[in-house]
Design a protein. Structure first.
Length: 215
């Protein structure tokens, strides 16, 4: 149920659903998602669904992780320095680290970050660093980033994140389309080109909200 074969079936499903980037598919084939969920849910780890990870948070659906990372990479080479906001259980951070590059991931809930550390230990990813902070401020000490990915929905783009995007850099984040708590969300892609920032709007998604402060 948690074998390499089950994981490869998940990857085949992602392919059928339209994920094309072989780098993303290979990284997802390499990361054992069952290590990131509670033992009681491990048998469902390779279903294409979000699952609870405690603290009212979820591990993102595999398709959504794949879609975000595919959009983040576009047709560029693997980014040298990546920032993830919203580590959660650490799954997407592990996939990012598997892609290569230097990965920084920020989580605002300390207990969740500690759990992510435990989940990640066995994978020995030496290119992944975790930080306990409010990710809306980015991570100035390690900036600028070639890629930024936000795993929680914001009402508007955090300015600090845009500022920390390197020339040619790309950022993907879910944005709420209105002020109601259940307002629809869409993935947005920001690129810093020679003439400034451009925005494109991608798929409709459903993420937990980006919150302020840390716990
Ligand atoms: N990347 C995870 C998804 C985690 S869900 C995965 O691989 O499945 C989103 C996470 O964002 C939650 O853990 C939540 O606590 C965190 N979060 C929300 N607002 C945040 C903020 N301002 N800074 C850092 N983390 C935040």
């Amino acid at each position: 149920m948690t074998s390499q074969r089950t994981r490869l079936r998940m990857v085949e499903r992602l392919r059928r659903k339209g994920i094309r980037d072989e780098r993303v598919l290979a990284a997802m084939a390499a990361v054992p998602r069952h290590l990131f969920v509670d033992e009681a849910l491990a048998s469902r780890a390779y279903e294409d669904t979000a699952l609870p990870i405690g603290f009212s948070q979820t591990i993102s659906q595999p398709y959504v992780v794949a879609r975000m990372l595919e959009s983040l990479l576009g047709d560029t080479s693997v980014p040298r320095k990546v920032l993830e906001v919203g580590t959660g259980c650490g799954y997407q951070a592990a996939v990012l680290a598997q892609l290569g590059g230097e990965v920084y991931s920020i989580e605002r809930i300390r207990a969740l970050l500690e759990r992510a550390r435990v989940n990640l230990r066995a994978l020995r990813l030496s290119n992944l660093r975790l930080t306990h902070a409010d990710g809306s401020a980015g991570l100035q000490v390690a900036a600028p980033f070639d890629a930024i990915v936000v795993a929680a929905a914001a009402s508007c783009v955090p300015e600090a994140l845009l500022r920390q995007l390197a020339p040619g850099g790309r950022m993907v984040l879910p944005l709420k389309t209105g002020s109601a708590p259940r307002a629809a969300q869409r993935l947005a892609l920001y690129e810093r080109g020679v003439r400034g920032i451009t925005e494109s709007v991608l798929d409709e998604v459903l993420f937990v909200p980006l919150e302020t402060g840390k716990l």
